[in-house]
Design a protein around this ligand. Structure first.
Ligand code: CTP
Ligand code: MG
Length: 234
């Protein structure tokens, strides 16, 4: 490879933010990603570490369709050369698919991040970018710390599940663009995976873990907002 080959320079990164959900488990009325945490909307907290990152060329945010048509002012004001808003779909998979379709061709590494993870660290972002730029899928992950029980519907323990090799999958998850596009093509429209690495794994491609951070948890329930408020005020 010649020293001037484009592959010698770090690839531009595109970021897809999955913000198309309704936040039903949080029970907050409006979608949880718009709810403020210590005064700042959760979605804005989730986007900011990427807008400030020197390698990130483009951010595409998938929103519930009515919010893509009429975004809140703080979000509309961010639109521009680096940030695009698109209408998401009925599932997370459909929302990420819509965002991926809107990403300009120059981004050869693609990161996907949940709007419901407002405390992503720069270390996690850099770790995922570095691994994905090397040609594999990558995700931030944490080792499972609790003992795991498998139980029946009636709440009776069936067995204890060995946790030695189990990890919690977080986002960001990052991929060479062609790998993620192939995974979404293969998945078809009906697929409803809860993460993107799962679709890439289904192709038999290598996916590696990058150390995640405890603060990068997914805000899912009303209680999680209490934890998020406390974290934001630390
Ligand atoms: N998401 C999305 N499009 C959907 C559904 C979910 O982009 N149709 C996004 C959410 O906005 C969130 C992320 O995927 O940032 C993770 O999903 P989850 O935590 O389940 O959020 P919601 O689907 O909004 O919440 P719930 O399942 O409680 O309704
Ligand atoms: Mg959901």
């Amino acid at each position: 490879m010649s020293p001037n080959s484009p592959l010698d320079s770090p690839p531009d990164v595109g970021v897809l933010i999955a913000a198309g959900g309704r936040g039903e488990r949080a029970g907050t009325g409006e979608p949880k990603q718009f709810r403020p945490i210590a005064g700042m909307p959760m979605l804005l907290r989730a986007i900011r570490p990427f807008t400030q990152h020197p390698r990130v060329r483009r951010i595409v945010v998938a929103l519930p369709p009515e919010f893509a048509a009429r975004p809140p002012a703080w979000l509309a004001g961010l639109r521009g050369e680096r940030l695009t808003l698109v209408a998401g779909g009925a599932t997370r998979t459909a929302s990420v698919r819509a965002a991926l379709a809107a990403l300009d061709a120059g981004c050869r590494v693609v990161l996907v991040h949940d709007a419901a993870r407002p405390f992503v660290s720069l270390e996690e972002i850099d770790g995922v970018i570095t691994a994905a730029a090397g040609g594999v899928g990558a995700l931030a992950a944490l080792p499972v710390a609790d003992t795991l029980k498998q139980a029946s519907d009636a709440g009776r323990v069936v067995r204890t599940v060995p946790r030695d090799d189990l990890w919690r999958a977080l986002t960001p998850q990052g991929f060479p663009r062609a790998m993620l596009e192939e995974a979404y093509r293969a998945a078809g429209d009906g697929t409803t995976a809860t993460d993107d690495a799962g679709l890439v794994e289904a192709l038999g491609r290598s996916v590696v873990l990058v150390p995640g951070s405890v603060a990068n948890f997914k805000v899912t329930t009303a209680d999680d907002f209490v934890v998020a408020e406390a974290l934001a005020r630390l």
